[in-house]
Design a protein around this ligand. Structure first.
Ligand code: 3PG
Ligand code: MG
Length: 396
């Protein structure tokens, strides 16, 4: 897919003295007091800002934070904590500008400002043409660098890309696309995908797309339970979607026809409740009782999955295989994380739970590419063209 790259624009001197509007994804988790608990997305957004400053541009950055009601700002919707963190990371003051849509604020070349939560502007979510026209007038160059929001067609992620004089991809957006394409388009084989989490229905189209591409499809969590049902196993009180059994069967059939495999658990860790106080038992997959809940894969399965991962050429990871937040049910995900960390495969991971698992097991430095996208990452895996790339290609 062809699109202009901001790095090329800067390298050719076209950004000097220009007004550059960067749409970043600074939507970071916060605690009840508003403290930022995890700042990966802010750090990942620095290169675009530094690139623009280095090129001598007057820099405006915006992002959404949460899902506020347009036109009704509450204190918790403010990007103020983000402005503070950004100032610290950049080592310079980043003023926060409110009510910025009509302009009327000043940024000089070599300066950067943060524009308050763009989802507070009326028309943002629905990409209103009036708002998009105003946004386009604020800048000479629009830089889309919000991979985490690349699956949304809103005024700051889509409309402005149509109205700004120049629209291009920032370094983060470009790097995300390059990494995911590398993993999926011409992968070193075997290509192993790990898809965990609770629901088959929300990840079904991803599973189908992956079934026709990957050599091994490791399923985990509620998804694995639904696959176990499809294989005729008893799963007691485990989380599953019985109405999705036929779809699970289809995924296994597609894989089988290609000589590929969905390795199902041979043993599991069960308990009667999802709680840190629960007593966990390891049982064979044929011994799951009527009141048992499957909350992790067992040691034999972990070893088998680790073996598959050890021989992989490429690994794509979204979703844990157990309730890893609770120690008794963390074994499978921990073993998998360790196998990925030690593997020589090109590994790429994305999604909120996956990033939490990566942080918990301290393997940040051993995963080749960690995506800042949740929903966006999944949609790329699904084979969809994200609105961000569609509109940037149109403008290229
Ligand atoms: C995310 O956190 O998934 C992105 O920032 C997108 O947010 P949204 O789901 O509210 O559009
Ligand atoms: Mg989300």
């Amino acid at each position: 897919m062809k699109f202009l790259r901001f790095s090329d624009i800067c390298a050719s001197g076209q950004a000097a003295g220009k007004r550059v509007f960067i749409r970043a994804d600074l939507n970071v988790p916060q605690d009840d007091e508003g403290n930022i608990t995890e700042d990966t997305r802010i750090r990942a957004s620095l290169p675009a800002i530094q690139m623009a400053l280095g090129a001598g541009a007057a820099v405006m950055v915006t992002s959404h934070l949460g899902r506020p009601t347009e036109g009704e700002p509450r204190p918790e919707d403010s990007l103020a904590p983000v402005a503070k963190r950004l100032s610290k990371l950049l080592g310079r003051e980043v003023p926060l500008i409110t009510d910025w849509v009509e302009g009327g604020f000043e940024v000089k070349p070599g300066e950067v400002v943060l524009l308050e939560n763009c989802r507070l502007n009326k028309g943002e979510k629905k990409n209103s043409p009036e708002l998009a026209a105003k946004l386009g007038k604020l800048c000479d160059i629009f830089v889309h660098d919000a991979f985490g929001t690349a699956h949304r067609a809103e005024a700051t992620t889509y409309g402005i890309a149509e109205t700004a004089p120049i629209a291009c991809a920032g370094p983060l957006l470009a790097a995300e696309m390059d990494a995911i394409s590398k993993a999926l388009e011409n992968p070193r084989r075997p290509l192993v995908a790990i898809v965990g989490g609770s629901k088959v229905s929300t990840k079904l189209s991803i599973l189908k797309t992956l079934a026709s591409r990957v050599d091994q499809l490791i399923v985990g969590g509620g998804i694995a339970n639904t696959f176990l049902l499809a294989a005729g196993k008893r799963i007691g009180d485990s989380l599953a979607e019985p109405e999705m059994v036929r779809e699970a069967q289809q995924v296994m059939d597609i894989m089988k026809e290609r000589g590929a495999e969905v390795p199902l658990p041979v043993d599991v860790v069960v308990a009667d409740e999802v709680s840190a106080l629960a007593r966990a038992n390891r049982v064979s997959v044929d011994e799951v009782g009527p009141h048992d809940r499957i909350l992790d894969v067992g040691p034999k399965t972990s070893a088998k999955l680790a073996e598959i991962i050890a021989h992989a050429g490429t690994i794509v990871w979204n979703g844990p295989v157990g309730v890893f937040e609770i120690p008794q049910f963390a074994g499978g995900t921990k073993m998998m994380a360790s196998a990925i960390a030690h593997s020589e495969a090109f590994s790429i991971a994305g999604g909120g739970d996956t990033l939490a698992a990566i942080a918990k097991f301290h393997i940040e430095d051993d995963v080749d590419y960690i995506s800042t996208g949740g929903g966006a990452f999944l949609e790329v895996l699904e084979g969809k063209t994200l609105p961000a790339f569609e509109v940037l290609a149109k403008r290229a």
